[in-house]
Design a protein around this ligand. Structure first.
Ligand code: 13P
Ligand code: SF4
Length: 321
């Protein structure tokens, strides 16, 4: 595909930022994908919002020339792995993920070599290098199905989220050897504050992401990916108040879809900080989105050999449906 030339920076009176983004999106034939943990104004301007799996599929299937991924690095990298012929941009290259950071590819490769004959299942929240040494990838929405697809006589290694690993072990009855990574956001939720909220709202249902600690998941009436939490909280007839155990960015879509329901974000242990917000996701801003579309930077690139190695386990996951 021909590489489009850089566009000049806008001159004269500063037009409204949202109009600028819209104009650039059209000029670039770009699609803007956003995760639920983005700021509400970013969710509202996106062409598609979703959980990791839905956004990966949207990236794979788009006909746009440019994909601007408003999420974190592993998500944009996944889009590039699935769609090498398109330009993939991320508003802030430093938008990382504590889970991806917890699993350096060389160490994961050594770990796998120490367990010959085992199957390495990696959560999509990992680098392309880790994907490349994995047998199959999963997301929070299909992880049970992925584990159940592995022959019963195979030892399973699970990387990098130990909380998702523990939850999967419970759901599937399979023994997993887990890497010891955690999400800095989901591990901060306070059990004590959850109990207080439950006392104050006795009819509320607790919903939680499987990245939360097992002690917290014990209280959950429903556990699922961000999209699954959104669907449950806005459609179940069983309650109209929900205590939400995931990053509070998701509340924007919950309130939009069900304005008459009450959604209570679970606070972190330390109320003096916004520790229940993902600092990586929140690096993306409207200004950075405008700049990325204008400059076609920061751009995700990777060696083709690495991309092909990382693609195989992603495709195995997607073939499961
Ligand atoms: P989902 O795939 O459930 O959206 O999760 C992504 C994530 O990073 C959760 O912290
Ligand atoms: Fe990573 Fe946690 Fe942020 Fe999700 S919320 S992107 S797992 S640091």
């Amino acid at each position: 595909m021909a590489q489009p030339a850089a566009l000049p920076a806008p001159t004269g009176a500063q037009p409204d930022l949202l109009d600028e983004i819209d104009a650039l999106r059209r000029q670039r034939n770009a699609v803007i994908l956003a995760h639920y943990y983005q700021e509400p104004e970013i969710q509202d301007l996106a062409d598609r919002i979703g959980d990791s799996l839905e956004l990966a599929k949207a990236a794979r299937d788009t006909q746009a020339d440019v994909i601007l991924f408003c999420g974190v690095h592993f998500m944009a990298e996944g889009a590039k792995i699935l769609n090498p012929d398109r330009i993939v941009l991320i508003p802030d290259m430093n938008a990382g993920c504590s889970l991806a950071d917890a699993a350096p590819a060389a160490r994961v490769a050594r770990w796998k070599a120490e367990h010959p004959g085992s199957v390495l299942v990696s959560y999509i929240n990992c680098s392309a290098g880790v994907k490349a040494v994995s047998d199959i990838i999963c997301t929070s929405s299909n992880s049970v199905r992925v584990i159940e697809s592995i022959p019963a006589d195979k030892q399973i290694l699970f990387c990098p989220d130990r909380n998702l690993g523990a939850w999967l072990q419970k759901q599937t009855g399979r023994e997993l050897i887990s890497w010891q990574g955690t999400c800095i956001v989901h591990e901060t939720f306070s059990e004590q504050k959850l109990v207080k909220l439950k006392v104050r709202h006795p009819g509320a249902k607790v919903i939680a992401h499987p990245e939360c600690e097992p002690a917290l998941l014990r209280y959950a009436d429903f556990v699922g990916s961000t999209s699954q939490l959104l669907r449950y909280a806005t459609t179940t007839p069983d309650a109209d108040t929900f205590i939400v155990g995931t990053e509070p960015g998701i509340l924007h879509q919950m309130q939009k879809a069900a304005p008459d329901r009450t959604f209570l974000p679970l606070p972190g242990m330390d109320e003096t900080c916004a520790c229940n917000e993902c600092p990586h996701m929140k690096r993306n801003t409207l200004e950075k989105i405008r700049d990325a579309l204008r400059d076609l930077q920061p751009r995700i690139e990777m060696p083709e050999e690495l991309r092909l190695a990382a693609l195989a386990p992603l495709q195995r996951m997607m073939a499961l449906g």
